[in-house]
Design a protein around this ligand. Sequence first.
Ligand SMILES: O=C(O)c1cc(=O)[nH]c(=O)n1[C@@H]1O[C@H](COP(=O)(O)O)[C@@H](O)[C@H]1O
Length: 336
Amino acid sequence: MKENHEPSDVEDYLTCISESSYLMHNFSDRLNAAIRSKKTPALVGLDPRFDWLPAEIVSAAEAKHSSKADIVAAAFEEFCFRMIDVVAPLVPAVKPQAAFFEEWGPAGCAALQRVIKKAREAGLVVICDAKRGDIGSTAEAYARGYLAGADPESAIWAADCLTVNPYLGSDTLEPFVKVAVERGAGIYVLVRTSNPGAGTFQDRQTDGHTLYECVAAVVNDLALNTTGEGNYGAIGAVVGATYPEELSQLRALMPHAPLLVPGYGSQGAGAGDVAGAFDTEGLGAIINSSRGINFAIRKAPYSEKYAPEEWEQAVEAATHDMIADLAEHTPAGNLQ
Ligand SMILES: O=C(O)c1cc(=O)[nH]c(=O)n1[C@@H]1O[C@H](COP(=O)(O)O)[C@@H](O)[C@H]1O
C-alpha cells in the first residue's frame, strides 16, 4: 500500500471496500448484538496491577515460577481468567489494557494473548487497549497483529477491536480501517480523552474548530462508510466520561461512530455524566470501568461486605451495581 495518501484516497478506498461481503461481519453489528443480548453497555476493563492482586493468586504464581516477569505474567493471566469467568455472563465486552502486560516483556505479552483468547472463547467482544498509531506501512503491521474480528485465527493478538491514536494524520488510520473491514473487526480512535490534560492539544483551535472536532469529523466519515446492518460503523471514537459536555457534543457530531467511554468509576464520572453518549435505544456507547470492578474488594461498600478472599464476589456485585446504575440513569435502561 502506498503512503502519504490524501483524504480523497481514503474515500475512494472506502467506496470500494464498502461493497465487500466482509461487511456482513461488521464490528458494530456484532457489538450491538452482544449489548442487546446482555441488555447493558457496561464494559469491564482488564487492568491487572501486581500490588493489588489477591494474595492466593500471587503465592500460586510464586510457587511455580522464579523470575519476577514470569511470576507477574502468570498472576495476571490467572487473575484475568477468573475475572472473565465472573463477568462473561453479565457484560458484552472486555477491554484488556496491553500496557500492564507489555511491561513484563515476552511473558506478559504471551499472557495477554491467552487472556484475549479466553475472553473470546467466553463469548465476549474483546477490545485491546494498546493505543497504536504510526505511518501507513507500520500501522498496517499493528493492525494485522491485533485485529482478528470475526476470525480468531487471523491475528496473534486476536482482538475484535483496537484503540488507535490519530495524531500522525488521517492517512495513518487507513491501514487500520482496511484490516478492520477485511476481518470484521473495529477500531476506536482517540478523540477527546478522559485525562486531566486532555485539552492541552485536543482543545486547540484552528479555523474556529478544536482539534478534537477535526478528528471527530474524520472518524464520523470513516464510520459512515463502514456501517453494516445498523446505523453504526466499524470505526468508533474514544471520548472520556469525565467531560460530559464534550461527550454530548461528540455524540451529535458523530452519529455513526460507536463510542468507547472510559472514566466511569475510579476517574470520578458517574452514570449521569455518560447519559449523553447514547442514542434513544440505549445503543451507540459502551462505558468502561477498570479499577472500580477489578479491585472492587479494596473499596467500600464491597470491602465491608466481603472478605479479601471473596474478591470475585465483590467483582460480581460491582458489575451488577454498574449495570443497574447505567440502566437507571441513562438511555441504556431501554435495553432492559
Ligand atoms: O482508550 C482508553 O480506554 C482510555 C482512554 C481515555 O481517554 N482514558 C482512559 O482512562 N482510557 C483507559 O481506560 C482505562 C480506565 O481505567 P479506570 O480508570 O481504572 O476505570 C485505562 O485502561 C485507561 O488506559
